[in-house]
Design a protein around this ligand. Structure first.
Ligand code: PGA
Length: 249
């Protein structure tokens, strides 16, 4: 099975930088080893869509409104993302949970609105360093999953990917160990089994994210139960990210 490699540009790259990035990435990505989803800022999605047309590269947004349309100044709807070529959206990233105070209830609504409008979701879950040290990783992940996926039908879950992103590992240079990742992958699949079905628990795609780089990605993405990775910082370096996407095993 090909690995799933996702890039989260966060609030980086203006349109000129995105143009240079996509021009190079599209011409050198071989598509042999990985499926790739790139999530640039909203404003670069139309350009990214133009450059990736006809390629195997898929696009996603980094956030979405929980509302479908109306008087919500500054918000972007799922339908708008789809209309410019986005197929995916990252929901529940820890930066949005913590810096923008997004609750599990809001995340649940964003997932439902996105699915209703035909966007696939990349749901991020993860514990803080404090939770980890207190031995609460399993408890925190279970609560997030149960609240974020509440009320979803099993067939809707087919359009959801789950990324385990421990907060203490994001942007810190301290990646989780293979053991940490395997432990959490097991918990996630167990929660899906208990709330949905054995098939859903087997089929759901799980990613790891948090300080992935050219040195550690191969080992971490080979962890049992993991189908790919969510890359932040390193995905901004086009050569490094191309190397990862073209050579992951
Ligand atoms: P990082 O970010 O790779 O820079 O740690 C990952 C993420 O936040 O998705």
């Amino acid at each position: 099975m090909k690995k799933l490699i996702v890039a989260n540009f966060k609030m980086n790259q203006n349109i000129e930088e995105a143009k240079a990035y996509f021009t190079k990435f599209v011409s050198l990505f071989n598509g042999e080893r990985a499926d790739v989803i790139i999530c640039p800022p909203y404003i670069s999605l139309p350009l990214a869509s133009f450059f990736t047309r006809g390629s195997k590269i898929k696009l996603g947004a980094q956030n979405v409104s929980d509302e479908e349309q109306g008087a919500f100044t500054g918000e972007i709807s799922a339908d708008m993302i789809k209309a410019v070529g986005g197929e995916y959206v990252i929901i529940g990233h820890s930066e949005r949970r913590n810096k923008f105070k997004e609750s599990d209830k809001l995340i649940n609504k964003k997932i439902k609105t996105s699915l209703k409008n035909g966007l696939k979701c990349i749901l991020c879950v993860g514990e803080s360093g404090l939770d980890k040290n207190a031995g609460k990783t399993g408890e925190v992940i279970r609560k997030q999953l149960e609240e974020d996926l509440k009320g979803l039908y099993e067939n809707e879950l087919e359009s959801v990917i789950i990324a385990y992103e421990p907060i203490w590992a994001i942007g810190t240079g301290n990646n989780a160990t293979v053991k940490d990742v395997e432990f959490v992958a097991k918990i996630i699949r167990k929660v899906i089994l208990e709330n949905f079905s054995e098939k859903a628990s087997r089929d759901i795609q799980l990613l790891y994210g948090g300080s992935l780089n050219e040195k550690n990605y191969q080992a971490l993405l080979s962890a049992t139960g993991i189908d790919g990775g969510l890359f932040g910082g390193v995905s901004l370096k086009v050569d490094a990210f191309l190397n990862i996407a073209n050579s992951v095993k």
